[in-house]
Write a protein that binds this ligand. Structure first.
Ligand SMILES: *Cc1c(COP(=O)(O)O)cnc(C)c1O
Length: 356
């Protein structure tokens, strides 16, 4: 049976990226060696990381003055690196979910943290609005897409201070005006590649302004100076990211992928809104294009387990909602085909027909 992969992360990747990664594991460029068993200093790997950096710049229209890094440690290490490198006295954070909370917790180790807005009062089902970003903050940190709760800041905001964004789960999903951000980071394993690599897009001039000593592995400057090879980078994961970006370029770039993402998300949100049985959990204007959260209406709550079983039988994978929201979450990342969304909708309709 065909599987429809709605996993939240690690998650679906373009089939071609997986096939080419498998080939490179067996034999890289006809060299007789596996990608897994060559030096990161080998010219063939240098070409891979160079192209990955260049493609990220090209696909995201990254202006001059920015650098692209591929590091280890996950987005969670960026929760530490950001304040380590940028927080001198005070930082502002927007509390939009579990990942934002973790970022805030780490920042508090380094200085004063102003949580300027929070949607904790309604289980993070909306993006806070009307808050004020203090102009004396060293930076303002946002999570553009809240993977667990299904909300998204779908525009590039103006900030009076340096804007830092965790884009783990919506990187390359929509055109982004990188010039509005001082730093963008994320774990690759949601929308870009396999687990194990973290992307960082950083404007170089923001560095060198804090007094504290920074351990080498946590110092952006060190990684920049060594071309993201201060230590052994996650070579294999970087290769798969490159393959994903080649796939995006082949489709026509980020605007094309964005149009596909909107089509998929609109289709599913419409089905939820028109359903007698299911209901969305998120304020409509803040709905994520990447993680679509829904539950069963109160009178049908007891049917959630049955739907899960039914959907599983139809090849749906990974639609169980995060425990902090319950119900269902369909992650509709770049690589998820439209027919998987249609299959899920068909599945919902069929279940409703038999259970209403
Ligand atoms: C998954 C996720 C993280 C955590 O990423 P790790 O690479 O596991 O550390 C952080 N932020 C967001 C928005 C995520 O979706």
């Amino acid at each position: 049976m065909k599987k429809h992969n709605f996993n939240a992360g690690p998650s679906i990747l373009p089939r071609i990226a997986i096939e080419n990664s498998a080939k490179a594991i067996l034999d890289l460029n006809g060299s007789g060696l596996s990608l897994l068993e060559i030096s990161h200093r080998h010219k063939d790997f240098q070409a891979i990381i160079d192209e990955a950096m260049a493609l990220m710049k090209e696909l995201m229209n990254i202006p001059d003055g920015y650098r692209v890094l591929f590091l280890g440690g996950g987005a969670s290490t960026q929760f530490v690196m950001v304040p380590y490198n940028l927080l001198q006295t005070k930082a502002a954070y927007l509390e939009t979910g579990a990942w934002a909370k973790k970022a805030i917790k780490e920042a508090k180790i380094f200085g004063q943290v102003d949580v300027v807005g929070s949607s904790a009062d309604k289980n993070f089902s909306y993006i806070p609005k009307g808050y004020t970003i203090p102009s004396d903050a060293d930076y303002f940190h946002i999570t553009t897409n809240n993977t667990i709760f299904g909300t998204e800041i779908k525009y590039d905001m103006d900030s009076p201070v340096q804007l830092v964004a965790d884009m783990s789960s919506d990187i390359l999903s929509r055109p982004t005006d990188v010039s509005k951000y001082a730093l963008i980071y994320g774990g690759a394993q949601k929308n870009l590649g396999p687990a194990g690599v973290t992307f960082v897009i950083i404007r170089e001039d923001i560095l060198g302004k804090v007094d504290r000593k920074i351990p080498s592995m946590l110092d952006y400057k060190i990684h920049i100076n060594d071309g993201s090879m201060y230590n052994t980078p996650p070579c294999f994961a970087i290769f798969t990211c490159l393959e994903t970006m080649r796939w995006i370029k082949g489709l026509g770039g980020v605007p094309v992928v964005h149009a596909m993402n909107m089509k998929k998300a609109n289709l599913l949100y419409d089905a939820i809104d028109n359903s007698k049985m299911f209901v969305g959990t998120v304020a409509k204007e803040d709905r994520s294009l990447m993680n679509i959260c829904f539950v069963m209406k109160e009178q049908y709550k007891d049917k959630e387990d049955a739907f899960m079983e039914f959907a599983k039988g139809k090849g749906m994978v990974g639609i169980k909602g995060h425990r902090s929201v319950g119900g269902f979450r369909a992650s509709t990342y770049n690589a998820l085909p439209l027919d998987s969304v249609q299959a899920l909708i068909d599945c919902m309709h069929e279940f409703e027909k038999d259970n209403l």
